[in-house]
Ligand binder design. Structure first.
Ligand code: ADP
Ligand code: ZN
Length: 626
């Protein structure tokens, strides 16, 4: 594209060029968050460490300097599987990009190397193990380099979740190429990893850019389990009848069963877990990335490097391992900034499991203490009557001043009720039956249901028998679930019987009042898509409804999706490489009538205008006339 070949630009002129590239190449109208500052800093030759959540817009921070600065920008990324799609996305924008990794044959590699040397490439993606080879370094020595971008920089940290030893070797870059700016980018923000990145990559003099880890376009919901499969199906039908999403389950069996069941219900779903042969896993992953609107049912084995931007929902049918894991997993939704859902169903069995883990880790050492704190925080998140986003960000040390208006507890007010008397009954039932029974039996006793087991144990003769008949089974389950979550009741790891903890005593004796949350009705269709208070007016981040569009725009959107699907198939690229959902939705709402209007859409730069304006304008006209 040779936008500004041969010129090194900094200062104000550089900032202006950056803005021009943002508009003409990417078709975006404004920088997001700290993008402008980061780009300006790099154009001035500075190093930077960029900590931004998934979907925050990290790529632009090196792609724009790559186009403005002279020479080729080298992007180091551990995710070989993604390089092809990243490069394809850039080529669609008219950017001269290529990648070098083990999947490229020598003939092609030779060509790419010559292009690097000749200065006719803007961006080169390389795997870290490739970069450190003498051949590659020789090439760089002979070439003009615009910058190094070290993506997924947390891979350098042994503390992190995906340590790559090859990353440690990247520390020499600053010695060998002292005048080439380096950007390290990651979505992992914890302090230990951050310090590690700085030390290992010798970024002591880099400027650190940290943004909020909030993902405003994600709607968080936690639903109390009551026939979870049906709840899932209702959620899918109401909110995501056609969109792509991930459903996480704990076990391989549950993954297989859920995928088969959903497919049987008419919703195509693919399983993914470590027990499947590698070839099947690969093929399912490819289909998920490329096809439009597939559902992936998976264990946590699925996730690393899934940067499909149009995942519209992440659902949990089991509790994640921790809030860190939950944030990572739900973070795979809505990378494109369009509305997305994080939906979780949890219930008694999940809470019982966590409580058992907690009690099993009762040893006083520091590691176990940290483990316990994590599990407590997870239960706290599930049971909170407060804004979920405030709770989640608070856990990561970030303060959100106002409730978000885009989570279930904000959208549907949570009632708290004085449960002191009910809790006394529930705890007394545990006590008087000898601390050996689980919820089912205890609730029978409370409700005065003299079944075979109750009679056999003589529990129809104890004082608590029948005292709670006026409450439904579901209500009592909600009460026990919360008593466990709050740590008033523990669960024996062998007998699974409920036991009282010290914290239960004052409540049971009526010395301490207890407020519990009133579980909403299990009907998931209720209140979904209800009125929302939106915090933001930025159309790219506004938490508008993730529910399908309505009316004529919806019909047009579906038709435009079909046009996009044909184009993607023709070119053998994922649909989002042609246009993101955000652009397609804007198109369906604004119905541009000519090229000028089309050029005004977010995500339409000059290259995409040339390639696609006529095709989509014709489609819109045809459908208007129909
Ligand atoms: P990250 O790498 O931080 O996860 P990406 O760089 O993939 O995020 O960007 C996420 C999405 O946001 C992409 O769809 C990208 O096109 C879009 N995006 C980034 N910056 C802007 C911007 N300034 N205006 C509009 N969209 C943007
Ligand atoms: Zn909220």
């Amino acid at each position: 594209m040779a936008l500004v070949a041969g010129r090194a630009v900094a200062g104000r002129a550089g900032d202006e060029q950056a803005r021009a590239v943002l508009r003409s190449v990417f078709g975006f109208h404004a920088f997001r968050g700290p993008q402008a500052d980061i780009i300006s800093h790099v154009l001035d030759g500075g190093d930077a460490l960029v900590l931004m959540p998934t979907g925050g817009g990290k790529s632009l921070c090196y792609q724009i300097p790559a186009l403005v600065r002279a020479g080729v920008a080298v992007v180091v990324s551990p995710l070989i599987a993604l390089m092809r799609d990243q490069v394809e996305s850039l080529r669609q924008l008219g950017v001269r990009a290529a990648y070098l990794n083990s999947t490229v044959d020598w003939r092609e590699a030779d060509q790419i190397e010559r292009a690097v040397e000749a200065g006719s490439l803007d961006l080169l993606y390389v795997a870290p193990e490739r970069l450190v080879t003498p051949r590659c370094l020789d090439l760089f020595d002979r070439s003009r380099l615009a910058l190094f971008a070290l993506d997924e920089a947390h891979c350098v940290s042994q503390w992190g979740h995906d340590f790559r030893p090859e990353y440690l070797q990247l520390s020499f870059l600053h010695e060998r190429y002292p005048h080439v700016p380096r950007l390290a980018l990651t979505a992992t923000a914890d302090h230990r990893t951050r310090a590690d990145i700085i030390r290992q990559l010798r970024l002591e003099r880099a400027r650190v850019f940290i943004t909020s880890f909030d993902r405003p376009n994600i709607t968080y919901r936690v639903t109390v389990k009551d026939n979870p499969r049906q709840q899932l199906l209702t959620f899918l039908r109401d909110r995501h009848p056609r969109a792509a999403g991930i459903i996480y389950c704990m076990s391989r069996n549950k993954v297989d069963d859920t995928a088969a069941w959903l497919t049987g219900q008419g919703r195509e779903a693919l399983p993914y877990h470590a027990g499947l042969p590698a070839a099947i896993r690969q093929s399912h992953q490819d289909r998920f990335l490329r096809a439009d609107g597939l559902v992936m049912v998976a264990t946590i084995a699925f996730g690393m490097g899934i940067d499909k931007p149009d995942v519209r929902f992440v659902a949990h049918l089991d509790l994640p391992k921790s809030l860190e894991a939950y944030y990572q997993e739900t973070g795979r939704a809505g990378r494109d900034g369009a509305p997305a859902d994080a939906w979780m169903a949890y219930g008694m069995a999940d809470v019982v499991l966590v409580r058992q883990l907690l009690d099993a880790s009762a040893a006083p050492d520091a590691h176990k203490h940290a483990e316990r704190a994590k599990l407590e925080a997870l239960l706290g998140y599930c049971e909170t009557p407060r804004c979920r986003r405030q709770t989640l960000l608070g856990y990561f040390g970030e303060t959100l001043a106002e409730p978000c208006g885009n989570c279930d507890t904000c959208l549907e007010r949570v009632d708290m009720w004085d449960a002191s008397v009910a809790a006394q009954m529930a705890l007394a039932a545990v006590y008087r039956t000898g601390e050996r029974f689980g919820a089912g039996h205890l609730i029978d006793v409370l409700r005065g249901e003299a079944g075979e087991k109750v009679l056999r144990c003589g529990h129809d003769r104890i004082k608590t028998f029948g005292v709670g008949a006026e409450r439904s089974k579901r209500e009592w389950q909600g009460i026990y679930r919360q008593l466990i979550a709050l740590g008033l009741v523990s669960v024996d790891s062998e007998t699974h019987g409920f036991r009282l903890t010290d914290a239960a005593i004052p409540v049971m004796k009526g010395q301490q009042p207890l407020l519990l949350r009133r579980d909403p009705q299990a009907d998931t269709s209720r209140a979904l898509g209800g009125a929302r208070r939106s915090r933001s007016t930025d159309p790219t981040t506004a938490p508008a409804s993730a529910a399908p569009m309505a009316g004529a725009a919806a019909t047009l959107f579906e038709s435009l999706r079909a046009v996009r699907a044909d184009l993607a198939k023709e070119q053998g690229v994922p649909a989002y490489v042609i246009f993101h959902d955000t652009t397609l939705k804007e198109m369906a709402v604004k119905r541009p009538a000519d090229r000028a209007a089309f050029a005004g859409l977010t995500g339409v730069g000059s290259s995409k205008l040339e390639r696609y304006a006529d095709i989509f304008l014709t489609a819109i006209r045809r459908l208007e006339g129909a």
